[in-house]
Design a protein around this ligand. Structure first.
Ligand code: GRF
Length: 221
């Protein structure tokens, strides 16, 4: 049986699309957004129609709520009704509250476009260029209350090239994100990658080989 997933987005939704196109060991039940104008919501609607997939599209615009907390809770309540196995953040721009994280321990994942722990937070590509690093990349990690600070599940590298701009580096990184995120989520849902309550990440031997083939990095076994 496939694991059930929901995806949170705020914008373009290219990682959401990569996840939708690679639902091998998981099935996306709903896409949620803090903005009803997020392009990714249209994309999800079109995908659902084209593939005859039942997919709830849920948005909660800030203007509809008196407080930010009420807005966030509207989305959390929608997730609680679904009770998914896994919650995927894909370009979701709001901070997730501790109370919600505690309800889904080790079940909320995020993709961040840097080789964490380097360059957490906003503008990671700019920070990487300013730091003059030779390699950049992306990280899938478990969400904790520390922004971009939870246990690292998998990473993919890409080179920083001479004359790179923020845009060119972001595009090269994004291409790696689209491969890494679905691969990692499938590995978790298949049981080939797991994270214990203390944050220790364990991977199967087969997954370690697959990571080598894809040039992905897993935490040491
Ligand atoms: C991606 O770079 C992701 O890593 C970051 O926000 C961006 C979202 O892009 N968290 P998209 O909406 O998936 O196209």
């Amino acid at each position: 049986m496939k694991s059930t997933a929901v995806v949170f987005i705020s914008g373009r939704g290219s990682n959401l699309e990569a996840l939708l196109r690679n639902q091998e060991h998981f099935q996306i039940m709903a896409v949620l957004s803090d903005r009803s104008d997020a392009a990714g919501l249209r994309l999800a609607e079109e995908f659902a129609e084209e593939h005859d997939q039942s997919l709830a599209i849920i948005s909660a615009d800030r203007a509809r709520f008196c407080t930010l907390s009420e807005q966030k809770h509207a989305l959390y309540d929608a997730v609680d009704e679904i009770q998914p196995d896994i919650i995927l953040l894909a370009g979701y721009m709001q901070l997730i509250e501790g109370e919600f994280i505690a309800r889904y321990p080790q079940q909320i994942l995020n993709i961040h476009p840097s080789l964490l722990p380097d360059f957490p937070g906003l503008s990671p590509h700019k920070m990487a260029l300013e730091a003059g690093v030779a390699e950049h990349g992306c990280t899938v990690h478990v969400v904790t209350e520390e922004v971009d600070g939870g246990p690292i599940l998998a990473q993919a590298k890409c080179p920083v090239e001479e004359n790179d701009t923020e845009e060119s580096l972001a595009a090269r990184t994004l291409a790696r994100e689209h491969l890494l995120y679905p691969w990692t989520v499938n590995a978790i849902c298949e049981g080939a990658l797991s994270v214990s309550p203390d944050g220790t990440v364990t991977s199967s031997e087969a997954l370690t080989r697959s990571a080598e083939e894809h040039h992905f990095l897993l935490p040491p076994r």
